[in-house]
Design a protein around this ligand. Structure first.
Ligand SMILES: [Zn+2]
Length: 432
């Protein structure tokens, strides 16, 4: 069965089986969606299509292909079953995004790719129940045709791109996301609770395991920063919960991609008292080793700090997230005012963590505290730090990070630091 062609924008629905009646119903549904979309150029509500159809489809790499075609590209993907999907292009750099609900990409490496036709390819879980394939395009192209054909054997996705002028491409890349797809903006969420000095109740700690999903972060052999940090975040959560004084929220509980801005939104929605992002990056410079605590500043302390900040933002960009919205979020005067109050609280947090980590005899980087423009630290009113627990590029750090006993020591030190900071904040006289 062939699906009608559509604008390259809506979330296409697809049947979950070969039942004829259901397929006809779905075909009507898709035609209705396409008609609505072609008229309004905006997507059909995702909510109407969610639910029973969600399932994990497998990529049949041998029956799939990415190949040059004239001045464009043809992407053919064979899936074990039909799933809802959508396709779009984004700029800066030009790339094609294919979102599926949901595809297991574990055999992506076997996909035959005409390596002259594209610059790069990556895939993984993008957000809960959605996975994303990102193809870096060598030049501006737009979607000329896109369809999913279904049969008893599964589903065949065919997307044809043709070369486009810069203007044409910019227009296609600028199509707004449908509201149903948008994530909550930090600025739209309720303000956090009162500072600790002005209230009682449990301390709410937001832990942010860096990277995840299609962004593994640093990799060293079979180790990924994303998985190591998720493991450590879970361990630290347990240690904090055992105190009975703390509630803990994780920005991700699984190996999924969470955009930087959404991490900030989660902290805010949880009314977090403190936000701690956990990383263990690799640095080519080789000299980097030992734990480092970063706080936000427009001015990076050194070149390595700048590289890390750029890399983290770049990971988001490559995964297909547009960070431009961050700027209007951070430009507002009120936010600057909030930050005036938050900055010293963040400074005291970084100091408490450094003291506790050193007291536990854990080796820190020679500059234990640094500053950088990490987007994830831009919560205006929640004290936020980014802790590089160590560097995956350092042999000794890697040995520590993979040692449960070392991680337990680090988790205990962080608990001590956070609790000491919270106690001191509670005892401070409220700001005038
Ligand atoms: Zn990282």
């Amino acid at each position: 069965m062939k699906r009608p062609d559509c604008t390259p924008w809506p979330i296409y629905n697809a049947g979950a089986g070969s039942d004829t009646a259901r397929m006809i119903r779905l075909a009507r549904f898709v035609i209705a969606i396409c008609a609505a979309v072609c008229a309004s150029l905006c997507a059909a509500p995702a909510t109407a299509q969610e639910g029973a159809l969600s399932a994990l489809a497998k990529l049949n790499a041998n029956a799939s292909e990415i190949a040059a075609a004239g001045d464009g590209l043809v992407v053919t993907l064979s899936l074990s079953q039909p799933v809802p999907w959508r396709v779009r292009v984004l700029n800066g750099p030009p790339r094609l995004l294919l979102d599926f609900r949901e595809v297991d990409w574990s055999n992506l490496a076997d996909l035959p790719v005409d390596s002259d036709a594209i610059l790069g390819l990556r895939a993984g879980v993008f957000r809960p129940t959605w996975s994303r394939l990102v193809i870096d395009l060598p030049k501006p192209m737009v979607v000329a045709r896109s369809e999913m054909a279904t049969s008893d054997a599964g589903a065949q996705v065919a997307v044809t791109l043709r070369g486009a002028t810069d203007g044409e491409f910019a227009a296609a890349a600028a199509l707004p996301e449908p509201p149903e797809w948008a994530l909550p903006r930090a600025a739209d969420l309720p303000p956090p609770r009162l500072p600790l000095s002005q209230r009682t109740g449990p301390l709410i700690v937001v832990l942010d395991p860096g990277h995840g999903g299609l962004d593994p972060g640093a990799e060293q052999g079979s180790l990924s920063e994303a998985n190591l940090m998720l493991t450590f975040a879970r361990e630290l959560k347990e240690v904090l919960l055992r105190t009975g004084e703390v509630e803990v929220v994780l920005t991700r509980e699984q190996d999924i991609f969470v955009p930087l801005e959404e991490r900030v939104s989660i902290a805010r929605a949880a009314a977090g008292d403190v936000f701690i992002s956990l990383h263990a990056d690799a640095l080519a410079e080789g000299a980097a080793k030992g734990a480092t605590i970063y706080s936000l500043s427009a001015e990076a302390t050194d070149e390595a700090a700048q590289t890390l900040a750029e890399r983290h933002d770049r990971d988001d960009l490559l995964a297909g997230v547009d960070l431009t919205a961050q700027d209007d979020l951070i430009a507002r005067v009120l936010i600057d005012m909030a930050r005036l109050e938050t900055t010293p609280r963040t400074g005291r947090l970084a100091q408490a963590l450094e003291s506790a980590i050193k007291a536990a005899d854990i080796k820190m980087h020679r500059n234990a505290q640094q500053t950088a423009g990490f987007s994830v630290l831009k919560s205006p009113d929640i004290p936020s730090v980014l802790l590089e627990l160590g560097f995956l590029s350092s042999d000794s750090d890697r040995a520590n990070l993979t040692d449960p006993a070392w991680r337990a020591r680090m988790a205990d030190a962080m608990k001590t630091g956070v609790l000491a900071w919270a106690a001191a904040e509670r005892a401070r006289p409220p700001a005038p």
